[in-house]
Design a binder for this molecule. Structure first.
Ligand SMILES: *Cc1c(COP(=O)(O)O)cnc(C)c1O
Length: 456
C-alpha cells in the first residue's frame, strides 16, 4: 500500500509516541516518513532517499532487506512461526546457540535469549548476583559501572548507565552502582585526555580508580559492566584495549564478574568480530543484540560459561534454577534472521573490510581536524566521531541548549543523509555495504553541515 508522505506523518503524530523524542520538537522538526529499505538506503513514500549513516541505531550490518536474510526468514515463516522455549526447542535456536558458542571468545557456551539489549543486560546483572548468592556470598549486591556508560532503558540496565539525560528522572527508582571514571580518551573538557598523553598511558592512569574501587568494595560487588572500547550512546567515547586487559586481571584478582556489553560493538563494528578480541580477554557474561539479526528483528542474548551455568544446575528441590523468561524467548523467526546474519559474516573477511572502510572514512573527513570548531576526530573500526566545540583549541563544548548537532542532522536530511548526532558529537556508523563513493559523498554532506552548524 502506498501512503502519501504528509498523511503518514500526520497520522503518526496523532497516535505514535516516538522513542527518545521530545514530541513537541515535531511542531517544527519534520518527522521523516520511510516506506522502503534498499541496501544502505531508506526511501520515503515521496521517493526521497536517505543514506542510513547510523545503521538505524547501529543495528544494520549488511544493508536493508539483504536478500539472504529475507529468503531465510520467508522460509522459516512457512515452517514455524513461534513456539515457547520452556520445555520445547526448535532447530533455529539450537543451531544459533551452537554457532554463537563457536564464534564468541573463550568458553562462553551458554545462551539465554531475550528480545532486546536492555533485557539481556538485566539477565547478566541478575545471573551474576544470583550466582554469588548460590555460592554463599549473597552480600554481593552491587555493580560497578563506568561514567558515561549506557546499557539500556529498563530499570536495572538504566541503573548501571550514567548518561544523565536518560537516567535522572528515574533516579529514586534505581539501584545505586559504584560509578568509576571511564578511560575515555577524548580531549574535550572537563577531564579530557591531556595533549601529548597517549591513549594507553591515559587509560592506565584512569584504571587506578577502578583498582581502588575493587580493592575497597570487592566483597559487596557482583560484577563490573563495561561497553568494550566504545561507549556509544554516551557520545562515541573511545578507549584502548589495555584498560579491558587490566580490568579482566583485576576482576580475577578480586573474584568479581566482568560483563561485556557488546550490544552495539559486536559483529565486526570495531574491526574485529568482537571488541573483547582486541584485548584477548573472555568476559563472564557477554551481551549481544543490535547487529545480531543484521538489523532485521529484535533479538538479544546473554552468553556465559559452563562454570556459571553449573552453579544453577541441581535438583529441582534445591530451588537453584534461573527463573527468568520472556514470552518470545528464542523466537524461531528472529533466530533465523541471526543465523542468516552469521552466514553472511562467514562469507568474507568482514573485519578487514570494516577496517578498510574506516580508514577510507577517516581520510574523507580528515580536513576537519584543522577546523576551528572541531575538537577532535576519533575512530575505531567503522565508527567515526567528531566533537564540535565552541572554541576548537580550548576544546570548550557548545552549550547543549544550542543543539548544534541537530543542525547537522537537519542539513543531512535536506541532502539525503541520515546522520543523527549525539549532542555535539557527529558520528558515522554506516552498514558495512556502503561504497567508498557513498562514503566520500556522505563526508562531503557532513563537512558542509558542520560548516553551517558552526558558522555563528
Ligand atoms: C542499545 C544498547 C543497549 C540497549 O539495547 P536495546 O535493544 O535498545 O534495549 C544496551 N547496551 C548498549 C551498549 C547499547 O548500545
Amino acid at each position: 500500500m502506498s501512503h502519501s508522505a504528509d498523511d503518514l506523518v500526520r497520522r503518526s503524530l496523532a497516535h505514535v509516541w516516538h522513542p527518545c523524542t521530545q514530541m513537541k520538537d515535531h511542531e517544527w522538526l519534520p518527522l521523516v516518513p520511510v516506506e522502503r529499505g534498499e541496501g544502505a538506503w531508506l526511501i520515503g513514500p515521496d521517493g526521497k532517499r536517505y543514506l542510513d549513516a547510523v545503521s538505524s541505531w547501529w543495528t544494520n550490518l549488511f544493508g536493508h532487506r539483504h536478500p539472504h536474510i529475507v529468503a531465510r526468514m520467508k522460509e522459516q515463516l512457512d515452517t514455524l512461526d513461534h513456539a515457547m522455549l520452556a520445555g520445547f526447542t526448535h532447530p533455529p535456536v539450537v543451531e544459533l546457540s551452537e554457532r554463537l558458542a563457536a564464534i564468541t571468545p573463550g568458553d562462553l557456551s551458554r545462551c539465554m535469549y531475550t528480545d532486546n539489549g536492555s533485557s539481556a543486560v538485566e539477565v547478566a546483572l541478575k545471573m551474576s548476583h544470583h550466582y554469588w548468592a548460590l555460592n554463599g556470598q549473597p552480600e554481593r549486591t552491587r555493580f560497578v559501572a563506568l561514567s558515561g556508560g549506557y546499557h539500556g532503558e529498563t530499570l536495572g540496565a538504566l541503573a548501571v548507565s550514567s548518561t544523565g539525560l536518560y537516567r535522572d528522572a528515574y533516579r529514586p527508582l534505581l539501584l545505586e552502582p559504584l560509578v568509576v571514571r571511564a578511560p575515555d580518551c577524548g580531549v574535550m573538557e572537563p577531564g579530557g585526555r591531556a595533549p601529548g598523553v597517549s591513549w594507553e598511558d591515559h587509560a592506565r592512569r584512569v584504571f587506578r580508580e577502578m583498582e581502588a574501587t575493587l580493592e575497597r568494595h570487592h566483597k559487596e560487588i557482583a560484577a563490573v559492566i563495561v561497553e568494550p572500547l566504545i561507549q556509544c550512546a554516551g557520545g562515541m567515547r573511545m578507549w584502548p584495549p589495555i584498560y579491558l586487559k587490566l580490568l579482566r586481571e583485576a576482576c580475577d584478582r578480586y573474584g568479581v564478574h566482568l560483563i561485556a556489553d557488546e550490544i552495539a560493538v559486536g559483529f565486526c563494528r570495531t574491526g574485529k568480530l568482537f571488541a573483547c578480541e582486541w584485548a584477548d580477554i573472555v568476559p563472564d557474561f557477554l551481551c549481544l543484540s543490535k547487529g545480531l539479526t543484521g538489523g532485521t528483528l529484535p533479538l538479544a542474548v546473554c552468553m556465559t560459561s559452563e562454570r556459571i551455568y553449573e552453579a544453577f544446575y541441581d535438583d529441582y528441590s534445591t530451588g537453584k534454577a534461573f527463573l527468568h523468561s520472556h514470552s518470545y524467548t528464542g523466537n524461531p523467526l528472529t533466530c533465523t534472521a541471526a543465523l542468516a546474519t552469521l552466514d553472511i559474516l562467514e562469507q568474507q573477511d568482514w573485519p578487514a573490510h570494516v577496517r578498510g572502510l574506516g580508514q577510507h572514512l577517516y581520510g574523507a573527513v580528515s580536513e576537519l581536524s584543522r577546523h576551528p570548531h572541531v575538537a577532535e576526530i576519533r575512530q575505531q573500526g567503522f565508527v567515526l566521531a567528531i566533537d564540535l566545540a565552541a572554541d576548537g583549541p580550548g576544546r570548550k563544548p557548545y552549550p547543549a541548549g544550542e543543539r548544534r548537532g541537530l543542525r547537522v542532522y537537519q542539513h543531512g536530511l535536506e541532502h539525503g543523509a541520515l546522520l543523527r548526532p549525539l549532542g555535539n558529537t557527529v558520528y558515522f556508523m554506516p552498514p558495512y555495504v556502503v561504497t567508498e563513493e557513498e562514503i566520500d559523498w556522505l563526508a562531503g554532506v557532513a563537512i558542509e553541515g558542520i560548516e553551517r552548524a558552526t558558522a555563528d
